[in-house]
Ligand binder design. Structure first.
Ligand SMILES: [Zn+2]
Length: 253
């Protein structure tokens, strides 16, 4: 399959790691019917030596419609979160954001989810779960990473920029609450026509995490509109921890 090179894309700010960029290699493509509609799934290889060694080098784009030469393409640049997307963890809003994006793209009839294998904001699954263990003892998501001497956010967006060039996208409407993602992609030469917020209602397990994202990581999130009570949050060690009915309703898309 065709290969896209990135000779014209170079990091432009100091927060982006300076390194020789890999070549994006398109490996496979097939139709993928989903409960949101029919996508094409394209799998790429991006051999980034600077990435954490636990992370997969295979990334994918979930594409609907022909995006070549198109402007204002709805795009979600989404980083892998196994715990929420596979196991239904309520600690974060990743799965709901992914599903909102797929639904929005299906409604428009075209667009792409760029699914990056940057588990745990780029530190890998084991480190993310180590951080969860500290969070169960009271640390917030930033404090936990810092206690483990890990970066708070090690994600990069080079591969997403490379995918958008490979797909021939002219400009995007980026579905995100994260201003750093907007800046990161802009600095890589991606034209962002507008940012579209993806607001997911908090549940008792995700509320404090979302509040840290809002207050410490500058994500554009709504301020909490309810007060948590201890009785709302079952103990982390509970063996039979079922989501309350209200939470199950909130996460239904
Ligand atoms: Zn998550």
């Amino acid at each position: 399959m065709a290969q896209a090179t990135l000779s014209d894309v170079r990091p432009m700010d100091s927060s982006t790691r300076a390194r020789a960029l890999p070549t994006l290699e398109a490996l496979a493509q097939a139709p993928l019917p989903t409960r949101f509609g029919r996508f094409q799934v394209r799998v790429y290889r991006w051999d980034d030596e600077a990435a954490h060694p636990a992370l997969s080098k295979e990334h994918c784009a979930l594409v609907m419609g022909d995006l070549h030469g198109r402007r204002n393409v709805p795009v979600r640049v989404h980083s892998e979160c196994l715990t929420s997307e596979v196991f239904g963890s309520l600690k974060c809003d990743c799965r709901e954001q992914l599903e909102c994006a797929q639904a929005a793209i299906a409604e428009r009839g075209y667009g792409a989810v760029l699914y990056l294998r940057q588990e745990g904001r780029g530190i890998g699954l084991a480190n993310k779960v180590r951080a969860y263990a500290l969070q169960a003892l009271g640390a917030d998501t930033i404090e936990a990473n810092e206690r483990l001497h890990l970066p708070v956010d090690a994600r990069t967006y080079d591969v997403a920029a490379a995918m958008l060039r490979e797909l021939g996208v002219e400009s995007i409407e980026l579905m995100t609450n994260n201003p750093d993602k907007v800046a990161g992609l802009s600095n890589l030469g991606i034209k962002i026509e507008r940012r579209v917020p993806v607001h997911v209602p908090p549940n008792p397990h995700s509320a404090s995490y979302l509040e840290v994202k809002r207050s410490k990581m500058r994500h554009d999130l709504l301020k909490p509109t309810f007060q948590l009570h201890d009785s709302d949050v079952p103990p982390e060690s509970s063996d039979d921890e079922r989501a309350p009915d209200s939470t199950r309703r909130q996460i239904a898309i």
